[in-house]
Write a protein that binds this ligand. Structure first.
Ligand SMILES: C[S@@+](CC[C@H](N)C(=O)[O-])C[C@H]1O[C@@H](n2cnc3c(N)ncnc32)[C@H](O)[C@@H]1O
Length: 375
């Protein structure tokens, strides 16, 4: 690998990201051209092969080229495992990655920073910190703070950043609490998803400042929210309509499903909305709003497929099945889970199924309210 190779690959990346509309302004173009993403990936990354993950070490021939593809590169599996730990394959879930460059730069463009802005980033990244590096290049490292929950991850990101000559304030801790010592910030950007925007983030952002975060749910529909913080500490905003998905902030991960209830119990009724509606991203997001702690799974047997929804904490469940073109549901537990989702989905459909970029978000100290426009 030579410096010239990586410079040429970075120029190509800039051209690609400009052509697809992700890179929209000169300062961010200059940052992508300058920041060597490969220095954040020198511990290698994992590539998917079927259901498994295989390590790609930095001495492999195609490593450098991959570092400059517009791909999200997984850098940690199952909470601790990095590429150097593995020979062969591993079959577990990824827990950290170097985010897709187009998504990183699109978010940075959406953040609308001005020279001199102080930025708090949540989620520095495993052995990566690439987005932190771009922020440092654009604003100067003295104006950038990045919080990472995992100490080892933060340490590796610090090495990558240092190798590029950037020394931002790297904090180890739960980013849901922000970083009050450096507050107030002009901008807060989260590169891990949240189920609710923590009010602490608003408290640490200047009035008129912006919070950019992905609102996720346990049924795997998510949206990038752009919020402006008011003088009263209340934030108003909208979704950018990007179907952005991020790993959830660790404290917001779903609980284990535990022992499944008997889905044959409970009274059966017909339903006006079938489980197939949940295959649609926007509809699933709407359903999540009605029952935010619900997880979704499907169970297939010789009798057909059962579409199951479970709220572990409430001890509530619903199981839907298609029987001769009629959807039916059985429900159990203290709250009828499907009643809430069906009602919400029917109201959204009656209102013309508005797209998520037309929804409004309001965050107050009491919580988060998401609404869609009514005709
Ligand atoms: C997608 S990665 C970040 C990518 C990185 N910013 C980049 O540009 O490549 C998400 C990171 O968020 C971190 N994370 C998860 N929960 C967190 C929390 N509660 N506070 C801070 N960081 C968290 C994960 O450990 C992971 O490193």
């Amino acid at each position: 690998m030579t410096v010239t190779d990586s410079t040429a690959l970075r120029r190509e990346l800039v051209d690609r990201l400009t052509a697809d509309g992700a890179l929209r302004s000169e300062p961010w173009r200059a940052a992508v051209e300058a920041v060597p993403r490969h220095k954040f990936l020198r511990d290698g990354f994992f590539r998917r092969f079927g259901d498994a993950w295989q390590p790609v070490p930095a001495d492999r021939e195609d490593w450098l080229e991959h570092c400059y593809t517009d791909e999200s590169l997984v850098t940690q599996i199952a909470g601790t495992i990095v590429p150097g730990d593995i020979r062969g394959e591993i079959l577990r879930e990824p827990t950290s990655s170097s985010t897709l460059p187009s998504l990183v730069v699109q978010m940075l463009e959406d953040l609308q920073v001005q020279d001199g802005d102080r930025v708090l980033e949540i989620g520095t990244g495993t052995g990566t910190g690439y987005s932190t590096g771009l922020l440092c290049h654009r604003l100067g490292d003295g104006l950038v703070t990045s919080v990472e929950v995992d100490a080892e991850v933060s340490r590796r990101a610090g090495i990558g950043l240092g190798a590029c000559g950037y020394f931002p304030d790297l904090v180890v801790g739960d980013g849901l609490a922000g970083h009050p010592d450096g507050a107030p910030y002009d901008r807060l950007v989260a590169t891990c998803g949240v189920r609710e925007v923590p009010h602490t983030w608003l408290e640490q952002t200047k009035p008129g400042g912006m919070v950019l975060a992905t609102l996720c749910g346990w049924m795997h529909s998510s949206e990038l929210a752009q919020l402006t913080v008011g003088h009263d500490g209340v934030a108003h905003g909208r979704f950018l309509g990007r179907q952005v998905s991020f790993m959830l902030a660790r404290p917001h991960l779903p609980p284990p499903l535990g022992i499944l209830p008997d889905f044959e119990s409970g009274e059966e009724r017909s339903t006006r909305v079938g489980a197939d509606v949940l295959d649609d991203w926007d509809a699933r997001f709407v359903a999540q709003l009605a029952a935010p702690r619900t997880q979704r799974l499907s169970l297939t047997s010789a009798d057909g497929t059962r579409h199951v929804l479970v709220d572990v904490e409430a001890g509530a469940w619903a199981a839907l099945a298609l029987d001769r073109e009629q959807w039916t549901v059985r429900q159990g537990g203290p709250v009828p889970l499907w009643d809430a989702m069906e009602d919400h989905l029917l109201r959204w459909q009656t209102d013309g199924s508005p797209a998520l970029d037309r929804f409004e978000i309001v965050i107050t100290p009491q919580g988060q309210r998401v609404t869609w426009p009514t005709p």
